[in-house]
Ligand binder design. Sequence first.
Ligand code: PMP
Length: 397
Amino acid sequence: MHQLFATRASRMKASEIRELLKLLDQPGIISFAGGIPDPTLFPADSFAQAFQQALGPQLQAQALQYSVSEGYMPLRQWIAEHMCQIGVECRADDVLITSGSQQALDYLGKLFLSPGDTALVGWPTYLGALAAFNAYEPRFDRLRTNGNAGAAEYGTEAGEGAIKFAYLSPDFANPTGETVDLRGREALLDLAQDLGCAIIEDGAYQALRYDGDAIPPVLALELARKGDLQACRTIYCGSFSKTLSPGLRVGWVVAAKPIISQLVLMKQAADLHSATINQMAVHQVAQACFDTHIPKVRDTYRARRDAMLAALDQHMPDGVSWTRPEGGMFIWLTLPPGSDGAQLLACALDTVKVAFVPGQAFHPDGSGTNTIRLSFSNSDEATIAEGIRRLGQILGT
Ligand code: PMP
């Protein structure tokens, strides 16, 4: 059967890490592996009310019927206002609803990448973006942003392919937790201008800032330069997954009209539209409680981040370093040269029952063996302290 598959299928591989992570179901494991929200933070009562209303006499016909590919208009309007608040002046027409931002990444890969084209990505970068783009058979080349130096550069690992876009998550990236500062964002815009390529700005964690001042999205900075969204080359992908609920699969794209129109055609071909009832519920809940709910989410995760940083300070041996994120869900550890994150995971599961994700999978070239990703979003402070103490034990021996 395999010989019947398209060439792209051979690039889609299950990772060995998944096999190890299956062990997470064992009792007593402390897991810093999955980058998932704490389910106790879902505004479940508000969603229950919203679904009841969507299924009530006024809305049920619309909620259960086919709908337009662009998305539920009141939600697009809410998102346009939200984007204005974070510095991106746009209108509902500039917004496309997607089934999570993951779908946007897939469509953007489909829209931009022919086999052999180049995508610039961080080394490391979000694994799901690599998986989405990989299906379109690109080469990956390394994007470096360095705000302190006001620089953005790319490597030459990929060779000759036409550079189509630079992908990054500028706020509290998955997996490093790092943020690209203002100068780094400006430098990235200069680089994209020089290369004539697009920028895919992944704002999945944008709302989860725990301290420091917000930095305008790359798209906001480009808008300030050009004065017109239609002249911008940055494509902003947003999501309700980290703030309200990932299970409802509601995300969005804001970009210039020619890009939105192409993505609408793709959505028509792929799934017609995202579930209307989910969009209605997200709209209702966002309107009723986004501004009051998000501070609660931030307070919870801030305390967990602080607990993890304090425990790392206390228990990590010399030679281990880590990031100090201002938001998001992740801390990235660099172990001494020669260490192997995958071996460490096998050992940690076996001996101290702690799980995390080895960093290699986030590197398109398979480097980063001596790195690991820890997520602090889904464990309470005491569990975090205990898990890091145990990790320190095996790293110190
Ligand atoms: N981008 C980043 C950086 C992520 O970490 C994730 C989820 N882990 C996504 C996009 C996809 O999220 P969703 O499809 O749920 O919006």
